[in-house]
Design a protein around this ligand. Structure first.
Ligand SMILES: [Zn+2]
Length: 75
């Protein structure tokens, strides 16, 4: 049986959702790319309420995003 695997990034984690009033599967959503790491939100897969978040310490994504040698036009 073919199942539609349409979810993007999904962690097999359940967190308590205050809106659903039970533990629900969560989606991990990238919020910000910071010099110190990436900030993620966990949102309820059923109602979309933010139920948690985390920041990892991987700074490589930041340095990949920012151009290595930004030049100012007046210098
Ligand atoms: Zn919910």
């Amino acid at each position: 049986m073919a199942r539609p695997d349409s979810f993007e990034e999904f962690e097999a984690t359940s967190l308590f959702c205050p809106r659903c009033r039970r533990a629900t599967p969560v989606r991990k959503k990238l919020l910000l790319v910071l010099p110190s790491g990436n900030k993620y939100d966990y949102v309820c897969a059923e109602c979309g309420t933010t139920v948690g978040g985390k920041t990892d310490n991987d700074a490589r994504a930041f340095h990949d995003t920012i151009p290595p040698a930004p030049r100012r036009p007046f210098q």
